[in-house]
Write a protein that binds this ligand. Structure first.
Ligand code: NAD
Length: 422
């Protein structure tokens, strides 16, 4: 996806580059950097699956646990052909920093299977998921590591995980979040990441002193995060001028009807053919004219190859790692603001945290409480990041990392896991 100058920028490399920029300013010593920059545990598993045609295919799966210093490991499970150990490793580290920044008592992890679920039946996906849980089962659990949905995984798959784990360990809804409501899922989890993005966008618009109805936004990706982000923002009055998925981009300068686009995607399986705007190549959505650009699909989609073409003022990273770390300084030089993923997309893990707490309590909270607590967490983290960045004249990403790293280091010292020599 990146051009040649960014080639090889996997999530792990990106997470290390971002970490190092903050660590330099914090003057962290080498030992501490090594402790914070490496995974606690990495597991690769072989996943043999009997396909519907009778043949057996063997998939590769991963679970990487980056840190459990502040609480059990926590992080999504991704099904995608591009999943690699390097990406999962970086995504796991980002979860540690995200949970610390948001002040959730959780650590960081991530999982993935290299597969194309779009070419698999539901039954094949179920067998693959159960076999994967068989492979990583010893590592996960409500006090150890708690998976959640990510790209191409959803509530149904989380339900299978809960079932497979519970068969071995006894009824354990707290082993996974993002479950169906009937299996201990939480009100508000389905759209939590998009809701959280819209809260951050709203807070930023407030800071700019611009009402949302004067703002145009383009959203790349029309899955869980992209769709709910676009929907919530359009309900708040924001004009969504472009959306895209893996099949098409749709542009309408007057504003798209997001609910209609969502219905089209639900019925036909893709945005392709949606008549509510002009159909363009997906890439054009990233470079269309808009106040706010919200990448909500894959990593490294904003890179040296499209930097010059961007026509936005602010990028909100709803996906994990959409801005290439080599390109970020050039964006800032061009006066384009970047609000980092570990802040912007934190709504999902926040409501996952609420779900886990409800599961442990065996008590369901009301949606109003969840929405109130979600808003409080997002506002608090946003305000801290903005204040530190303004005070020290550093980027929002570096400010977010400094706040997060500081929390993990303090917890490490207090637990005695990492003893400072000084
Ligand atoms: P999803 O599978 O529900 O949706 C992904 C979307 O991206 C799909 O609409 C797909 O068509 C689209 N897409 C893929 N390639 C594209 C391309 N080249 N151009 C345009 N669109 C493309 O996944 P999701 O859960 O929405 O996750 C999206 C991102 O948000 C990921 O980076 C994920 O790690 C991150 N994230 C997700 C959550 C969550 O709660 N699901 C939480 C935090 C962060």
């Amino acid at each position: 996806m990146a051009n040649s100058s960014d080639s090889g920028t996997d999530c792990h490399k990106a997470s290390i580059m971002q970490f190092d920029r903050a660590a330099d300013i914090m003057e962290l010593d080498g030992e501490l950097r090594q402790w914070l920059n490496t995974s606690f545990r990495e597991l690769s598993v072989r996943i043999p699956v009997r396909m519907d045609d009778g043949n057996v295919r063997v998939f590769s799966g991963y679970r990487v646990q980056h840190s459990n210093v502040r609480g059990p490991h926590k992080g999504g499970l991704r099904y995608h052909p591009s999943v690699s150990l390097e990406d999962v490793r970086g995504l796991a580290a980002w979860m540690t920093w995200k949970c610390a920044l948001l002040d959730l008592p959780l650590g960081g992890a991530k999982g993935g299977i290299t597969c194309n679920p779009k070419e698999m039946s539901l039954a094949e996906q179920e067998r693959m998921t159960r076999e994967y849980i068989h492979g990583i089962g010893d590592l996960i659990g409500p006090t150890k590591d708690i998976p959640a949905p990510d790209i191409n995984t959803n509530a149904r798959i989380m339900g299978w995980i809960m079932d497979e784990y519970s068969k071995r360990q006894g009824y354990s809804p707290g082993v996974v979040t993002g479950k169906p409501l009937e299996l201990g899922g939480s009100p508000g989890r389905e759209d939590a990441t998009g809701k959280g993005v819209s809260i951050i966008v709203g807070r930023w618009a407030e800071k700019e002193n611009r009402p949302l109805h004067q703002i145009s936004a383009a959203v790349q990706g029309f899955g869980n995060v992209g769709y709910h982000t676009a929907l919530h923002l359009s309900r708040l009055g924001c004009r969504i001028v472009a959306v895209s998925d893996s099949t098409a981009g749709i542009i309408n300068e007057d504003g798209l009807d997001i609910q209609a686009a969502g219905r089209h995607k639900k019925n036909s399986g893709s945005l392709s053919g949606f008549a509510g705007g002009e159909t363009v190549d997906q890439g054009e959505v990233l470079t269309c004219k808009c106040d706010y650009l919200i990448p909500a699909a894959l990593q490294t989609v904003i890179h040296g190859g499209n930097l010059e073409k961007l026509q936005t003022r602010v990028i909100f990273e709803a996906a994990n790692g959409p801005v290439c770390p080599y390109t970020e300084p050039l964006l800032l030089e061009r006066g384009i603001t970047v609000l980092p993923d570990i802040l912007v997309n934190g709504g999902g893990v926040s409501v996952s945290y609420f779900e886990w707490v409800q599961n442990i309590q065996h008590f369901q909270w009301k949606d109003e409480i969840i929405q109130m607590e979600l808003q409080a967490i997002m506002h608090r983290a946003f305000d801290k990041v903005i204040a530190l960045a303004d005070e020290r004249n550093i980027s929002y990403r570096i400010a977010a990392y400094i706040l997060a790293i500081d929390k993990v280091v303090r917890a490490g010292h207090l637990r005695g896991i990492y003893q400072s020599q000084s």
